[in-house]
Design a protein around this ligand. Structure first.
Ligand code: TPP
Ligand code: MG
Length: 383
């Protein structure tokens, strides 16, 4: 064990806030931080006071609950479409509905979203169509050409690369003097990537109008959060970039919307970026190409279902008299109709030609790509 050298002479008086180090010299605390956790609605749907005004606005809460229900129903349908060979692959958002809808509801239409691959709730709130989501996951990139919102980014599969897009967009807003913000998603696994730190570093250094939402769903495919990092929270990674980091219960739609709205207000008024860690759980498989039962303890999944986001907001709305079983039935029928129409539209949409794979890669395609396009045309004609 290391033995510090003895202190020679009388011990000096220690000024307030100073401590002795191993050599008897003064140590000064130069930085301290704490991470706050926000929750208003607990798993039983009980409201913690004081709560934001949003908690007393049934019309807004119902709007969010309706979309959460639509997302939940659509998600199940999309998995079934994949299982029956009608969709290429699909990344379920089961369990993430409060985070995704809460973020969407906090944003303004002219903000810009940089999503990953499961943030359907945010996209739908912003105007993306269910049929566009199906078209994309059916393997047709035209599904990313959203009719609304035109300036949002498409899905982003290379993990954490969207952090740079989000920071870059926020820099453009700042340079142009526009009161707009970028909102960028990243997963718990994504926060281990270099691009995560590069994105938050730039945002911190330039005080950019950016909000980064870390969706901590406890898994990165088969890697649990415990193996992903030694940090106690992912929000504290923000501290290294000199920007605030907060945690929010990602299953509480009121808290998510409130915390994100506050961060966006700060960003819009020139006070810089925020990292928000939303604590939730991936109730489904990673994608339809995964089988989580091979690596995830069943008990953990059962426990997570007790915390899921729809239960609590529904219970809260029912208790406050704003919701009942009749409305729930009507909502379910509405969702089924809306989804059936989107599926019909998707299934009857004309298939893209093989040229589509090459269309938007470069303004002027390279010689190699032109050759590959010819080969693809040849096989398309044959089959
Ligand atoms: C740069 C990069 N490396 C690896 C992959 C393969 N990959 C796809 S999803 C994923 C895990 C991501 O986990 P997380 O960030 O927690 O997001 P989640 O899927 O849980 O939403 C990995 C490693 C990828 N898409 N991009
Ligand atoms: Mg994850």
């Amino acid at each position: 064990m290391y033995n510090p050298p003895p202190v020679i002479g009388a011990a000096p008086r220690i000024p307030q806030g100073f401590q002795h180090g191993p050599w008897g010299h003064f140590l000064t605390t130069v930085a301290e931080f704490e991470i706050k956790y926000h929750q208003f609605l607990d798993a039983e749907g009980r409201l913690r006071e004081p709560a934001p005004a949003l908690a007393r606005d049934p019309a807004e809460l119902i709007k969010m609950y309706r979309l959460m229900t639509l997302v939940r129903t659509f998600d199940g349908k999309a998995v079934n479409l994949q299982r029956t060979g009608k969709l290429g692959t699909y990344a379920s958002c089961l369990g993430h509905e409060a985070t995704h809808v809460g973020v969407g509801a906090a944003m303004r239409p002219d903000d810009v979203l940089a999503p990953v691959y499961r943030e359907i709730g945010t996209q739908l709130w912003r105007g993306v169509k269910l049929s566009e989501i199906l078209i994309y996951w059916g393997g047709d990139e035209r599904g990313c050409d959203f009719s609304v919102p035109r300036q949002d980014f498409p899905w982003c599969i290379p993990i954490a690369s969207q952090m740079l897009h989000g920071a870059g967009v926020a820099m453009a807003f700042k340079i142009r003097g526009e009161a707009r913000c970028s909102v960028t998603y990243v997963g718990d696994g994504g926060t281990s990537e270099g691009a995560f730190y590069e994105g938050i570093n730039l945002a911190g250094a330039r005080a950019l109008p950016a909000v980064f939402i870390v969706v901590n769903n406890r898994w990165a495919i088969s890697v649990p959060i415990e193996s992903q990092t030694a940090t106690r929270t992912l929000a504290q990674k923000a501290i290294a970039a000199g920007i605030p980091g907060v945690q929010v219960d990602g299953n509480d739609v009121i808290a998510v919307r409130h915390v994100v709205a506050e961060a966006l207000d700060r960003a819009r008024s020139g006070q810089g970026p925020t990292v928000i860690e939303a604590l939730t759980y991936r109730l489904g498989d990673h994608t339809t190409a995964d089988d989580a039962s091979r690596y995830r303890p069943a008990g953990e999944l059962q426990e997570a279902w007790q915390q899921e986001p729809l239960l609590r907001i529904r219970a809260f709305l029912k208790k406050s008299g704003a919701w009942d079983d009749r409305r729930e039935e009507e909502l379910n029928a509405d969702c089924a109709r809306h989804i059936a129409a989107a599926v019909d539209h998707y299934l009857s949409a004309p298939q893209p030609t093989t040229d589509a794979m090459f269309d938007h890669l470069f303004a002027k395609p390279t010689r190699n790509l032109l050759q590959q396009r010819e080969v693809a045309r040849h096989y398309a004609d044959k089959h």
